[in-house]
Design a protein around this ligand. Structure first.
Ligand code: SF4
Ligand code: SF4
Ligand code: SF4
Length: 255
């Protein structure tokens, strides 16, 4: 059987999703056996960057102009292009800086600004058409497996399109927001992690990014009633997906 040519590209991020790609190999190895990894800097010291690729997995947010040029070129030579992980899907951790003026952020980090040409952090789909998303920080195994098997079977992948609360209910987890007054982002966050944090007594941080029908203003009001100060509420809604309007609506009320 002809193997599927795949490229794994990294932009601004911690590279944790590439590590996940290999960490998950116990469960995705059979799938990976049917894949020919043409390019993956972390795994093979690079490889063939030119393509063509059946699928290009993109990790990280876009924060520099050269990344835009390269991303557009990858789009041209890839049949499917999928952002993996919160940084690529929603801007993620790098986009925390987006709520401050860019020059302020640069001054805080670098001594010599003459060689810095950064731009605000943007998700991949703000620059190119994408064919799906593998969410999470780091990306989730279930969604990655669903993506790879769908590619191999030539079927449409199915990703959850409901909030983390649904997964809590399915697991029978007691609601931390209602029962303990913990500021949980689950009601506005896309499911897929199996309600990982609430299952361990921790409020959801929103790392999977906003669910499509998120009502962030209502949840922000609830956080205020719980005693959170405006800065904390803004942080809640800008921690993992600050470029996304669904979350920004929660932050804007308190900025
Ligand atoms: S989504 Fe999280 S784990 Fe993945 S690259 Fe971004 S910061 Fe790292
Ligand atoms: S703990 Fe959080 S995710 Fe779970 S049901 Fe309550 S609000 Fe929703
Ligand atoms: S519960 Fe929330 S913060 Fe925790 S892994 Fe799931 S989406 Fe991310």
């Amino acid at each position: 059987m002809k193997k599927i040519p795949l490229g794994l590209f990294k932009y601004s991020c911690c590279a944790g999703c590439q590590f996940q790609f290999f960490f998950f190999q116990e469960h995705v190895l059979e799938t990976l056996g049917a894949v020919d990894i043409l390019y993956c800097k972390m795994g093979t010291s690079g490889g063939v960057k030119e393509g063509p690729f059946e699928v290009a997995l993109i990790e990280g947010a876009i924060t520099e102009s050269w990344q835009v040029d390269e991303l557009k070129r990858i789009r041209e030579v890839s049949r499917f292009l999928i952002p993996i992980g919160s940084c690529a899907v929603n801007g993620g951790i790098p986009a925390i800086k987006d709520i401050y003026p860019e020059i302020e952020v640069e001054k805080r980090v670098y001594q010599d600004l003459s060689v810095i040409h950064s731009v605000k952090a943007h998700p991949i789909d703000e620059y190119v058409r994408v064919d799906g998303y593998v969410r999470g920080c780091p990306m989730g195994e279930r969604d990655l497996l669903e993506l790879l098997t769908s590619l191999l079977l030539n079927t449409k992948p199915s990703f959850p399109e409901y909030c983390v609360c649904v997964e809590c209910k399915l697991k029978g987890t007691i609601c931390l927001l209602i029962a303990e007054g913990k500021p949980c982002m689950g009601p506005v966050t896309n499911a897929g992690c199996g309600a990982l944090c609430p299952s361990h007594g921790r409020a959801c941080y929103g790392c999977w990014g906003p669910v499509c029908d998120a009502n962030a203003p209502a949840l922000a009001k609830k956080f205020e009633q719980l005693g959170l100060v405006p800065d904390d509420i803004v942080r809640k809604f800008t921690q993992f997906a600050s470029p996304r309007i669904e979350f920004r609506k929660g932050a804007e009320m308190y900025e």
